[in-house]
Design a protein around this ligand. Structure first.
Ligand SMILES: [Zn+2]
Length: 291
């Protein structure tokens, strides 16, 4: 499912093996169903960015900022950016403390989202770089008014689709709540923006909700073989205490009922030929679904 080799414990990292070395660290085990991922990436120049900080008062299964900071220090990197997907405290609640600890870092967040301590607001197609790594902003308002995703790719590894950090917009086989938007807005985010990234883009989502999402997805498309295979794989991962992240854009296009609201099978299940209506029905029934 994923090209990443993940290491777990108190400071693991994985190397995709490209020339300049885009790295992603996931410094904790994945025993919980509601894991909040710690995400650090850096270049061979030892410049780093961190995506989504959880508030210090949060405890397991979240990754509070107090446990993240030593991990970043251990990596010996120069933290350049603190990336924020949206303003919820389990994604932005550690921004102030992180900014205090790393005063040279720019705290980036979506336009008008009012996330904690943001000093640089960004929106669709804004971009900035760290060495050969380019960070492109994808605006995905809906879960919050200024939710954004960050697509990061290494210019020296142009054959690879890179990595996208999707916060609470896209989950593995699922999607975040439509707190501040409409089904049309989520459809735009998932089907018109994220689904158009290269198939092999690694997808780093905000929470480990995969098993629940996949079990529901199977009720939407019981005949979908890719979905059944993914469910089997995800169950094995979880049985071993391993995460199901990252996913890939290809996997999500093949298995995620929200992304697949454009497909006849999902539309038939939803009783409509309109993808936006189909997404609205998937959302409504998923919210009511209790397994
Ligand atoms: Zn959220």
């Amino acid at each position: 499912m994923s090209k990443f080799k993940l290491e777990f414990g108190t400071g693991g990292s994985s190397d995709r093996g490209s020339g300049s070395g885009l790295l992603v660290g996931l410094p904790l085990t994945a025993k919980s169903l509601v894991l909040h991922f710690c995400r650090v990436f850096h270049t061979s120049l030892r410049r780093a960015a961190y995506a989504d900080t959880a508030a210090h008062f949060l405890r397991w299964p979240f990754m509070p900022i107090s446990t993240v900071i030593p991990h970043i220090r251990d990596q010996g990197v120069n933290l350049k950016y603190i990336l924020t997907t949206h303003n919820h405290y389990d994604h932005a609640g550690g921004n102030s403390e992180m900014a205090k600890t790393f005063p040279d870092a720019v705290v980036v967040g979506g336009k008008g989202d009012k996330a904690e301590a943001v000093t640089k607001e960004v929106w669709q197609d804004d971009q900035f770089s760290m060495g050969t790594c380019v960070v492109k902003v994808i605006s995905t308002p809906c879960h919050t008014p200024g939710h954004v995703c960050y697509h990061i790719h290494d210019e020296e590894d142009s054959a690879s689709g890179g990595n996208v950090f999707t916060g609470d917009t896209l989950f593995v086989a699922g999607s975040g709540n439509l707190n501040s938007g409409t089904p049309r807005m989520m459809h735009d985010a998932l089907c018109n923006k994220l689904a158009h990234l290269p198939d092999d883009t690694n997808v780093w989502v905000g929470h480990e909700y995969t098993m629940n999402n996949l079990k529901f997805a199977v009720t939407v498309e019981p005949e979908n073989e890719a979905l059944q295979n993914k469910l089997k794989w995800a169950q094995q991962q979880r049985d071993q205490g391993l995460p199901t992240v990252p996913s890939t854009i290809k996997d999500e296009k093949e298995t995620n009922p929200f992304v697949r609201c454009t497909q006849p099978s999902v539309q038939k299940w939803a009783g409509t030929t309109d993808p936006v209506e189909a997404l609205a029905t998937v959302r409504k029934r998923k919210s009511a679904w209790r397994g």
